[in-house]
Design a protein. Structure first.
Length: 281
């Protein structure tokens, strides 16, 4: 596992390399000594500094950290929407040199077209990618069933709850079966109960699809509930402070998971790390 300088692993006696089969090939996402610098009107700003991270195929990794530490910037680098000032980003071993069309991206807001039904919003992805119509419709039907949207496929966005709208956005991002799904605070605008339900749905969908997921969130409990590993970032310039091995089974029940000692230990440690970062900021 590649890591930033001084970053530590929660369980030093178990390394990621030891737990991954050798035949899994290159990392799904490889971030190598990345820095991002830009100039504002008055000064130079370093958003990210010496960030390195490998995400294995099929792994779920969450990123947490203070506001402005570069979490969303990392996702933009992986998507090819932003170029690093130094270092490199790779998808499946191939260097990212521009916008990538083989990833899925889910944002905090569903960004649905109000004049299109849920199904037609999902199929917008197929139109943009010129997917064969029959294949796209079959895939959309599978995702509608998988995400519990059955019976709502012909509803328009204003007829759907916030959680339902995010389900549509998730289906749209998964329609072309991307090997990597990027999620930037996808449930941040939802109420607490709906957010818990969406977390459970996302865990199930991740297990069923085997998609590699990179999630940015401000919720420590959400990160630990969903992820195999949680990357904790420092205040700007963002670096990796520590990578936490959550140590939970892949299939997770909300009430049971939150009562497990592994969940408690991980959330407590992350809070301590972020509290220390805030005190130093």
């Amino acid at each position: 596992m590649t890591m930033a300088k001084d970053a530590t692993v929660r369980e030093p006696d178990v390394t990621i390399e030891d737990s991954r089969p050798e035949d899994r090939g290159p990392a799904a996402v490889g971030i190598e000594d990345v820095a991002v610098r830009f100039r504002t009107k008055n000064r130079d700003v370093t958003a990210l500094s010496e960030v390195s991270l490998d995400v294995a195929m099929g792994e779920f990794v969450a990123i947490v950290g203070p506001s402005g530490c570069g979490k969303s910037t990392l996702l933009k680098l992986v998507a090819g929407l932003l170029k690093p000032s130094a270092g490199a980003v790779r998808l499946g071993g191939e260097q990212v040199r521009g916008p990538r069309h083989d990833i899925g991206y889910v944002f905090q807001r569903a960004a649905l077209l109000e004049w299109r039904s849920a199904r037609r919003n999902i199929l917008l992805q197929a139109e943009m990618r010129r997917m064969p119509g029959d294949l796209a419709r079959r895939r959309a039907d599978e995702l509608i069933e998988m995400t519990g949207l059955g019976g709502f496929e012909d509803a328009y966005p204003h007829e759907l709850s916030g959680g339902m709208q995010q389900r549509v956005a998730l289906c749209r991002a998964l329609l072309h079966e991307p090997p990597v799904l990027l999620m930037d605070e996808p449930f941040g605008a939802l109420d607490a109960l709906t957010r818990e339900q969406m977390n459970m749905e996302l865990n199930r969908i991740w297990r069923e699809t085997g998609t590699t997921v990179l999630l940015v969130t401000h919720s420590i409990s959400e990160a630990c509930y969903l992820a195999d590993r949680v990357v904790v970032m420092s205040p700007r310039p963002g670096t990796i402070t520590e990578i936490i091995e959550v140590g939970l089974p892949a299939e997770r029940n909300y009430t049971e998971t939150m009562g497990r000692p592994e969940f408690h230990d991980a959330t407590t440690h992350i809070r301590e790390l972020l509290g220390a970062a805030s005190a130093q900021d």
